[in-house]
Ligand binder design. Structure first.
Ligand SMILES: [Zn+2]
Ligand SMILES: [Zn+2]
Length: 94
């Protein structure tokens, strides 16, 4: 987990928000109907928006997903670039 996200994911406001959202979705994955294990942020969290509760804690930005769907969501998207440990942009190899 990224250092900047750790504090957020460990916060009680996120834990409560996540738990309430899962209950609202009956713990069912919104994509395949399997058991939801993960609450995904549709707008991905970044170091810049991590303190913006309209993104981090807004139900509009949340999606209940099973592990499979969550993995697909994050790994199927071609990454256009990534960052090295100093925060510099690394162009993708493709
Ligand atoms: Zn699923
Ligand atoms: Zn996610």
């Amino acid at each position: 987990m990224k250092a900047w996200a750790k504090e957020f994911y460990e916060s009680s406001s996120w834990r409560e928000c996540r738990a309430a959202y899962l209950i609202s979705q009956h713990n069912v994955c919104e994509r395949c109907g399997d058991i939801a294990k993960v609450v995904h942020h549709k707008k991905y969290l970044t170091a810049k928006n991590i303190n913006d509760v309209s993104i981090t804690l807004s139900w509009d930005n949340l999606e209940a997903l099973c592990q499979d769907c969550h993995n697909k969501e994050h790994h199927n998207k071609p990454k256009r670039y990534s960052f090295d440990s100093d925060g510099n942009i690394i162009p993708s190899e493709k």
